[in-house]
Design a protein around this ligand. Structure first.
Ligand SMILES: C[S@@+](CC[C@H](N)C(=O)[O-])C[C@H]1O[C@@H](n2cnc3c(N)ncnc32)[C@H](O)[C@@H]1O
Length: 228
């Protein structure tokens, strides 16, 4: 595929209709039962890196946006046994699955997980010490990424951290495959946005504290921690 064709594909993918969120919710609702396989194969190494880099300590108020089927959420609850760990996902089935599993595994933990949209969160200003968000921004239109980043900033206390995982763009072959998949089912795959996000975070007032790339089974992830 020529560079021009790739640019066109990129351009088309960029023109996400704002309404794609309802399609995304449907797709992830349907896949809730099988989604853990994908996390196990491609995301768990980056999850561990984000947890280490974030500086989360037991006793904090921690939020995870877009928990999916809850693999990272369970790690967070385990690391924060005496704190408060709140999660949410746009897909009600993902949120319910995540909550039910965490309640079974950590019955005494102070935790909740509900269906919420990251673009408009029902949490008070400065109510969390750390916010995690893994592999969500790829699924949002550019304006919606800005809304979600604004929300992360608003709900974090001053000095709090945002731990973000994005799909890496540092492998040409992977990027090509991802463009094709994203063109086929944009509501599930979205498109890569990793290279644009750091500037967006800084424009919103975050300072990047750590930045690294992790690879698992050819799947690249960029793990960023930014301070408010
Ligand atoms: C690629 S999955 C990532 C799941 C999990 N964070 C992980 O690391 O494996 C993206 C998740 O984002 C959720 N999602 C998509 N749009 C959302 C939105 N606007 N607000 C909250 N969650 C959203 C989807 O339902 C899905 O569960």
């Amino acid at each position: 595929m020529s560079d021009f064709e790739l640019t066109l594909l990129d351009y088309r993918a960029e023109r996400f209709p704002r309404t794609i969120a309802h399609r995304t919710r449907k797709v992830y609702d349907r896949l809730a039962a099988v989604y853990p396989v994908s996390t196990l194969l491609f995301h768990s190494r980056a999850h561990r890196a984000a947890l280490r880099d974030s500086g989360v300590q037991d006793g904090m108020r921690v939020l995870e946006a877009a928990t999916g089927s809850g693999e990272m959420f369970r790690r967070l609850v385990k690391a924060n046994r005496n704190g408060l760990t709140v999660g949410f996902d746009l897909s009600p089935r993902m949120a319910a699955r995540t909550f039910n599993r965490v309640r079974r595994k950590h019955p005494g933990a102070k935790t909740s997980c509900q269906a919420v949209d990251a673009r408009q969160m029902p949490f008070a200003d400065a109510s969390f010490d750390t916010v995690f968000c893994c592999y969500l921004l790829e699924l949002l239109a550019l304006d919606d990424i800005a809304s979600a980043v604004n929300e992360f900033y608003r709900v974090l206390r001053p000095g709090g951290s945002l731990a973000l995982i994005l799909i890496g763009q540092n492998s040409g072959i992977f990027n090509r495959i991802y463009r094709v998949l994203g063109g086929l089912v944009p509501a599930f795959w979205g498109r890569q946005v990793e290279e644009r996000v750091p500037a967006l975070l800084e424009a919103r007032g975050f300072a990047i504290a750590s930045d690294r790339t992790v690879r698992q089974n050819f799947y690249p992830s960029r793990v960023l921690v930014a301070r408010r």
